[in-house]
Write a protein that binds this ligand. Sequence first.
Ligand SMILES: Cc1cc2nc3c(=O)[nH]c(=O)nc-3n(C[C@H](O)[C@H](O)[C@H](O)COP(=O)(O)O)c2cc1C
Length: 177
Amino acid sequence: MHFNQLLRERYSIRDYKPLKVSKALVIEVLEAGRMAPSAANRQPWNFILVSDENNLEKLKKAYDREWFKNVPQMIVVCGNHNESWKRSIDQKDHCDVDAAIAVDHMTLRATELGLGTCWVCHFDPAIVRDVLNLPEHVEPIALLPIGYPLENKAPAKKRKAFSEVVFEEVYGAPLKK
Ligand SMILES: Cc1cc2nc3c(=O)[nH]c(=O)nc-3n(C[C@H](O)[C@H](O)[C@H](O)COP(=O)(O)O)c2cc1C
């Protein structure tokens, strides 16, 4: 699939077939995350694959939504604050930025492989920490359900207009085409 098409075909999947994705295919997706760039190449992340029904059930308590109950598998993306790069000028921690790039790589690779994903950040981090036994400096950043989409109908993208988000030279100046 051409990259431009991939960008348009990836969308958040919230309905999955009750099937697990093969380990080999999930590894392809995890590898895409591992290849992501990161600030100072610190790669301050861990990707935890959760497939065991018992663990999934516990993890699902962290995000109480009907659709989430049917998620067949999940990748939990964690950021390691001991490893992440901090900008010397103001100490800005780039852990979230790095993790987001890795998640984006994974969602796009998953789409290419015919799989669905959905970013989930509106979870209770205390529950995730507890279930996964995360050390203090490792933060759960995103839950990434992964599986086969129940339907394959990409909805129309709802996005702000180009002119609303893109400026030229200075803030607020429209880009001249
Ligand atoms: C950082 C981030 C956090 C998100 N958290 C959630 C979430 O907790 N629950 C959810 O259902 N969707 C979540 N989403 C999915 C967004 O709602 C979705 O990406 C957005 O509406 C655009 O739709 P699309 O992904 O289908 O293009 C999140 C997306 C991002 C990037």
